[in-house]
Design a protein around this ligand. Structure first.
Ligand SMILES: Nc1ncnc2c1ncn2[C@@H]1O[C@H](COP(=O)(O)OP(=O)(O)OP(=O)(O)O)[C@@H](O)[C@H]1O
Ligand SMILES: O=P(O)(O)OC[C@H]1O[C@H](OP(=O)(O)OP(=O)(O)O)[C@H](O)[C@@H]1O
Length: 288
């Protein structure tokens, strides 16, 4: 049977919400319990782990599937494969970024303006070294930070290579973003050596999680049109639509639309002759 490790910390609550929305509700005896089970027959048990440790736990076969960040997959160098990427972070439904940041009054405009030997504090020494040595070809002294990295400027470091989501932490510590070093998101991973059962389970979980995410980004429109307008209304429907019924004088059809396109779709459908359009939220939109 397959085991799953979910992240503690910043990604904990949004991950549990996504699993719940996907119908994969995670049950724990108490909110501090670090072991759980999930409403999915293919997964025997769930454990919680720190995002930085999850790639190693999965690569070493301690746990079969895991959710972690792009940053920790690269930083750890663990041999894992990404099954699917999900765009969310601690507070938003977008990913986050690892940036190089300097004090607001620093004269540098690009990373190349930083002097040789610049001290860079980071929780990501491997990414920082790769960035400076291989990508910039510039000498830097990497200071390994274990948190509160922004506070290390100016005493211990001249710059930081740090996560930014909203930008609040940089702003409140008088730092400014110089360059985006990595764009990150949540990754569902399996070990490079994972067996077919683990891979198949990961694909099933990914499909349900994707369905839950897609549902939040789409709406279901029910369209009522007089039969003599139907040909024109049908031109305005997206690729997948289906007939709900009607009578000789009326046609009723349904289709899903991206939320950002709903307002325009309603306008076009009514201009084409639809007499009623009903927008309904969905819980899941699974596209295999
Ligand atoms: N807004 C965010 N702030 C911090 N981490 C985020 C954010 N969004 C996504 N993450 C991901 O979550 C990870 C942080 O996990 P966590 O909150 O457990 O912090 P930690 O630094 O590992 O531990 P601790 O805060 O206990 O020292 C990040 O490294 C990143 O991969
Ligand atoms: O751009 P923002 O929305 O402000 O988020 C980014 C901040 O959040 C994280 O800190 P965390 O709270 O995990 O503490 P830490 O630095 O001690 O790890 C990260 O290390 C940044 O400091």
């Amino acid at each position: 049977m397959v085991t799953l490790v979910l992240p503690t910390g910043s990604l904990h609550e949004p991950t549990l919400r996504l699993f719940d929305a996907a119908g994969l509700t995670v049950h724990r005896q108490a909110s501090r319990a670090l072991r759980a089970h999930v409403d999915f027959p293919g997964i025997e048990r769930v454990v919680f782990g720190k995002p930085r440790e999850i790639p190693g736990l999965v690569a070493d076969g301690v746990v079969d599937l895991g959710l972690t960040g792009t940053d920790w997959i690269e930083e750890s160098g663990a041999k894992v494969e990404v099954v699917h990427e999900f765009q969310y972070s601690k507070t938003t439904s977008a990913g986050w970024r690892v940036v190089l940041a300097v004090p607001v009054d620093h004269p540098a405009r690009t990373a190349a303006d930083l002097p040789a030997g610049v001290r860079v504090a980071s929780e990501y020494p491997a990414i920082a070294r790769r960035y400076f040595e291989e990508e910039l070809g510039q000498e830097a002294r990497i200071v390994h930070s274990h948190g509160s990295t922004e506070a290390k400027v100016p005493d211990l470091a001249d710059a930081v290579l740090e996560i930014v989501e909203t930008g609040d932490t940089l702003r409140h510590n008088d730092l400014r973003e110089l360059v985006v070093v990595r764009r990150c998101a949540v990754q569902l991973v399996v070990a490079t050596q994972a067996d077919p059962v683990v891979r198949a389970t990961a694909e099933k979980v990914a499909l349900l999680l994707k369905g839950a995410r897609a549902a939040t980004e789409h709406a279901l429109l029910t369209v009522v049109a007089p039969a003599d307008c139907w040909d024109r209304v049908r031109q305005e429907l997206p690729r997948y639509w289906w007939l709900l019924g009607g009578d000789p004088e009326t046609v009723v059809a349904q289709a899903t639309y991206e939320l950002r396109g709903v307002a325009e779709a309603i306008t076009r459908l009514t201009q084409a002759g639809a007499v009623q359009v009903v927008e309904t939220p969905m819980r899941k939109l699974v596209t295999a």
